[in-house]
Design a protein around this ligand. Sequence first.
Ligand code: ACO
Length: 428
Amino acid sequence: MSKPVSLNVADQKLDLTVKYGTIGPSVVDIAKLYAQTGMFTYDPGFTSTASCESKITYIDGDEGVLLYRGYPIDQLAEHGDFLETCYLLLYGELPTPAQRTDFNYRVTRHTMVHEQMMRFFQGFRRDAHPMSVMVASVGALSAFYHDSTDIADENQRMIASMRMIAKFPTLAAMAYKYSIGQPFVYPQNDLDYTSNFLRMCFAVPCEEYKVNPVLSRALDRIFILHADHEQNASTSTVRLAGSSGANPFACIAAGVACLWGPAHGGANEAALKMLQEIGTVDKIPHYIARAKDKNDPFRLMGFGHRVYKNYDPRAKIMQKTTHEVLNELGIKDDPLLDVAMELERIALSDSYFIEKKLYPNIDFYSGITLKAMGFPTSMFTALFALARTVGWIAQWKEMIEDPGQKIGRPRQLYTGAPQRDYIPTHMR
Ligand code: ACO
């Protein structure tokens, strides 16, 4: 138990309530601070601020721990599957066999998208980035499914959630097919979630497509690893958008937009590009030197994390999955993997990275794996978004169902001009 916290402001002593979680740091409740002192707190980047109370995901960045509803990520990745993880994140418990069958059925029957969406897709340029297509098409779901946009109706919330989990793979596969000029492949509902997605991406009407179970299992595991990650930038974006009462499709589209950035979900694409740019093991010292140079904006992509100051537990599983996939595909010598492993070895023994606690994050190995599976670099972040959709929905649902929920509205430290009078144009 930590001691009560008091704060001295001028002559005033304020006793602040401390709230305790199940595990992890407790929080100081400052909700009444402004009313009592006329002051805000200042925490750019929210490095010390808990924005909400949540029961979904727990991270201990120092120990490299990630739990979904209390279950360690490695156990879920090894023994579970993605749809079971979706159920767990949404409902808080692992499903019984009957719940599992029912949930899989409910998701599966929503995999098709409104036929009119094919026309919507035709409006995009063929060279559009898949993430731009995803931002637009997920947002557009609210135009196609306005019978599930009433957030006050529990049933509509549930249907919207099922629709997004089910339709995201279809939309992502459509974005890919569109970019390479191939016909869209309709979902096939007797396949499991991930096999269905692989088929929608890689099947063509003129040939039989057989799903490789090793690749399907590997991709399913990648989806599990990406399913949720507590109050990261995109999840906080979804919560903030949802706090105004915006419909769930619009909120998830906001999350997709935020995820796109290279400091967040876009890092997997950036990490692979960096490995390609480095190219050979002998060039690594040059790039390590650049990463350490304060005057050079270059950073080792796929290294470092706001929360993990230890090896990202997802990166360990990802590394194993990379080897499994390359082995299955008979890729014995992948120069990118050689560069990645050597880069990791050097960085982990370099004092700069050790002192700053910069370890490989999940994005470091995911790009090599997805590339080997046949996905172009531009699809990497779309795959991340596909998997994270359930986390966004679970967090959004938790917020909407909280009776104390209010609109998110951060304050600021204003450093602009004080009040001044308007000067007519001719007098300036
Ligand atoms: N390469 C070199 N130096 C780095 C790196 C890196 N990848 N990451 C952080 N540093 C250095 C910073 O320059 C800074 O040094 P300083 O203290 O001397 O100024 C120090 O480490 C702390 O870095 P911050 O940027 O302050 O840490 P923050 O927590 O804000 O950033 C972030 C975390 C954005 C992930 C950062 O490590 C980064 O840009 N990494 C590369 C991009 C990446 O891989 N992102 C994926 C994140 S995981 C995900 O979203 C799924």
